[in-house]
Write a protein that binds this ligand. Sequence first.
Ligand code: CDP
Length: 397
Amino acid sequence: MSDKPDKLITDDGLRLDGRRADEIRPMKIEIGVLSRADGSCYLEWGRNKILVGVFGPREAHPRRLQRADTAVIRYRYNMASFSVEDRARPGPSRRSIEISKVSREAFEPVIMAELFPKTAIDIFVEILQADAGTRTAAINASSIALADAGIPMKGLVTSCAFGKVDGQIVLDLNKEEDNYGEADFPVAMTQDGEITLLQMDGHLTPEEIKKGLELIKKGCKEILEIQQTVLRKKFETPVEEPEAKAEETEIEAEETEPSLEYAPEAAVVEEVIEEAEELEEELSEETTEAGAVTETVPEAEELEEIVKEAEAEVVDGEAIEEAIEAEAEEEAEEETEEEAEEEAEEEAEEEAEEEAEEEAEEEAEEEAEEEAEEEAKGPWKVVKDPSESGSRGENDE
Ligand code: CDP
C-alpha cells in the first residue's frame, strides 16, 4: 500500500486526481457484453472495472427456495483475486456477503418480482479491478444489466458515496481518500429519490451528513443521466435491415431482369438491328458526302436503295422481335392452361380417392353393425335352417 500523502486536498481546493469536492469520477458503460446472460453491463468508474450478468426470471433452483407469490432476487458480489493490490482470497468473505445482502435490498423495492412467482432473478457481480466505491459502482452497473435483461422495474437505481477527507465533505471517494479519509458514506436511491441503501463507516456530524446527502443527490442525478443515455442509445437505435435480406432482394432483382442467356433469338434480333443501324449510319454519312458533291450522281441513287434495304432490314428485325414476344406470351398462356388442367386433374383424383375412402369406411361400418347384430342374437341363432346347413342344431338330438 502506498504511503499516506501529506494532503488529500490541495490549497486551491482540488483533490489529488484533480476533481473538485462535488465531482464524480468519469464513468464508462457498455451494455450487452455477455451473450449468455439475459442482460449484462461492463462499467468503468475511475479505476474500478466491473462486470455484471443478469439471468432470469428463470425457474428457481433448488426448488425449496421458490416462493409462490414472488420471484427470488439473488445478488452475488465477488472480487476477482487479482482485483486488489494484495491478492483477494477467492470465495465468499464476510465483506462480500454483507455487500451482496445490502445491494440485493437496494433493488428489492424497484424490481417487480411479484410478476414472476416461483422464479429467480440472479445478479452476478464480478469486480475485476477495485479502486474504492466498488459496491456503488456495482449497483449502478446492475441497474443497467437488469434493464438490459428486460426485468420490469419501477425505475433505475443509482448509487454514489460521499466521505470526509482532510475535514472536508467530498463526493465519490477514490482509493487514497477511502484509505486515508475520515469517513465513507455509500448511498443508493431510486430515480424518485427514495433511499434504498445507506451505510456509514467513520464519524460524521448531522450537519456533515446533511451536506453529504446534498452532494449525493447531485451525483446520483448525473449518474442517472448517464444510465438513461446509454440505455436509450441501445434501445432507441433503429434496427438495420439484415445484410442477408438485402442480398436476397438483389438476387431477385437480377432474376427478374430479362437475360439474353435465356432468349438467344432476342440476341440475334438485337445483333441484326445493331448491324442495320450501323450500316444506316455509314450510308447516311456517305450519302451526305456524296450529295454535297453532286445531286445527280447515279451512285447516289444506288446508295439510296441500299439505305432503304437496310431500313427494311431494321423493320424486319423489329418484326422478328415482336414475333418472339408474341410467341413467348403464347407459350406462357399455354403453360398456364396446362397448369390449370393439371390442377383440375389432381383435384378430381383427390376427390375420387376421398369418395372411395368414404365408401370403404361406410361398408366397413355396415359390416361391423351386421356382425354386432348377429352376435347379439346368440350363437344358436346363427344357423337358421339346420337341415340346410348340415351342422349341429337343436333338431339333431
Ligand atoms: O469498494 P467499496 O468502497 O464499496 O468497499 P470497501 O470495503 O470500503 O473497500 C474499499 C476499497 O478497499 C475497495 O474498493 C478496494 O479497492 C479495497 N479493498 C482491498 O484492497 N482488499 C479487499 N479485500 C477489500 C477491499
